[in-house]
Design a binder for this molecule. Structure first.
Ligand code: AMP
Ligand code: GLY
Length: 420
């Protein structure tokens, strides 16, 4: 079959890498793609948030299956346009994508289905929000309701920070995303992510992971999109996983179906776990980046069968073949990230690295210039490996990094410290 993947990051490179290995995949196109994807697939320039343009492109190229990577096209309704055109597609409808696009909506769903989560209140006026913060005290969490590229959450350890966040949000720092805010109880515990495929009715877990959001070693410094991840997450024991499924994920999926907006795609649930009890921090309606990279490294070619079963509504017939393995990915970023950074520096040494079912360098932000791989983003490479233990996966990753010649880049040397 002909398959189109929408997106241009490390997440989409890892999806392309896994899908390409499945014999069902005849032709693979990535739009817009990056230099890493260009090595294994055709890349096409396409405005992936324009549903009409995506449908036209898919029809012209006789695409049988579209996999939507990032949240923006989902929130823009690209999956709806594809389904209306009769094209098989992996990813939720615009209505179901509200589980990521509106934090207030997610809270409403949690209330309706009884899923454990932080206590909260919603506001569309600064004065009332501030009065609530003063009444609650710190620590407290302030969130812009809408999509803010991962930057709309302020975990305030003191009142001044929380009140300043209100001024920033209603002052337009996050545009329309901040027109409404959700103020939440601060939850303590250990965080983990859980990835579940949903076909509207059935759910199928495809892995757990933990990431490192802070830029600096020891989990210090500013927040980023994620500096590294590993799977599985030890804190997601069988009992925590069972509770997460029965108390949070399944009730959410049932509530979405009951409302006439069934959820189809991957549901990425972020939990705070304390004393063996998971509580929902947030939903995302796509795979995590870089969490997807470790999931794809573990799933390999079967990922395509699972995504197809999900899109076709046949998850009740699907099974995951688990190897008893571990995977880790370490992000190499351009110096300066998550602040200002330069593009265009040349990355050497990649050709000599192993590329097999246990080693892969996924490209997150690269561009080929005159036959050389150059940095073209903040997060640039995801050095990823698999092993019989997390320690083995980690040793492989850092050995690969040792072979990469990129003085303008940096990475954290402590990915996985919590689990090791
Ligand atoms: P989110 O974008 O909702 O995942 O929030 C980003 C990060 O903020 C999460 O990964 C948590 O580390 C933190 N966070 C969000 N909500 C809470 C909360 N209610 N209590 C404690 N930490 C939170
Ligand atoms: N790594 C966090 C995310 O993809 O949202």
């Amino acid at each position: 079959m002909n398959i189109l993947i929408l997106g241009s990051g490390g997440r989409e490179h890892s999806l392309a890498w896994a899908i390409k290995q499945n014999p069902k995949c005849d032709r693979l196109i990535c739009a817009p793609g990056n230099a890493g994807m260009a090595e294994i697939a055709e890349c096409a320039a396409l405005d992936i948030e324009d549903g009409g343009a995506v449908v036209t492109f898919a029809e012209e190229n006789t695409v049988d299956f579209v996999v939507i990577g990032p949240e923006a096209p989902l929130a823009a309704g690209v999956a709806d346009r594809l389904r209306e055109a009769g094209i098989l597609c992996f990813g939720p409808s615009q209505a179901a994508a509200r589980l990521e696009a509106s934090k207030g909506f997610t809270k409403e769903i949690c209330d309706a289905c009884g899923a454990p989560t932080a206590g909260y209140a919603r506001f569309d006026k600064a004065e009332a929000a501030k009065a609530h913060i003063r009444a609650q005290g710190a620590p407290i969490v302030v969130k812009a309701d809408g999509l803010a590229a991962g930057k709309g959450v302020i975990v305030a350890m003191d009142l001044e920070t929380a009140l300043a966040a209100i001024d920033d949000m209603f002052g337009g720092e996050f545009g329309a995303a901040g027109a409404e805010v959700v103020i939440e109880e601060f939850m303590e515990g250990e965080e983990a992510s859980f990835f579940v495929l949903c076909d509207g009715e059935n759910v199928l877990p495809v892995g757990t992971a933990q990431d490192h959001k802070r830029v600096g070693e020891g989990d210090t410094g500013p927040n980023t999109g994620g500096m590294g991840a590993y799977s599985p997450a030890p804190v997601m024991t069988d009992e925590v996983t069972r509770k997460a499924l029965e108390e949070i994920v399944k009730p959410t999926v049932a509530e979405m179906a009951r409302r006439g907006t069934p959820y189809q795609g991957v549901l990425y649930a972020g939990f705070m776990i304390r004393d063996g009890q998971p509580r929902l921090v947030e939903y995302n309606v796509r795979f995590g980046d870089p969490e997807c990279q470790v999931l794809m490294m573990r799933l390999g070619a079967q990922a395509l069968d699972l995504l197809l079963a999900c899109a076709e509504g046949k998850l009740d017939e699907a099974r995951v073949n688990w190897a008893d393995d571990h995977a880790m990915t370490v992000v190499m970023a351009a110096k300066g990230y998550p602040g200002a950074y330069e593009k265009g520096s040349v990355i050497g040494g990649l050709e000599a690295l192993p590329e097999d079912s246990s080693h892969m360098v996924f490209h997150a932000g690269t561009r080929e210039v005159d036959g050389k791989i150059t940095a073209n983003g903040g997060r640039v490479l995801n050095v990823t490996a698999r092993g019989a233990s997390l320690q083995e996966a980690r040793d492989r990753v850092y050995a690969m990094i040792g072979g990469i010649d990129w003085p303008e880049g940096f990475y954290r040397r402590d990915i996985g410290w919590r689990a090791l």
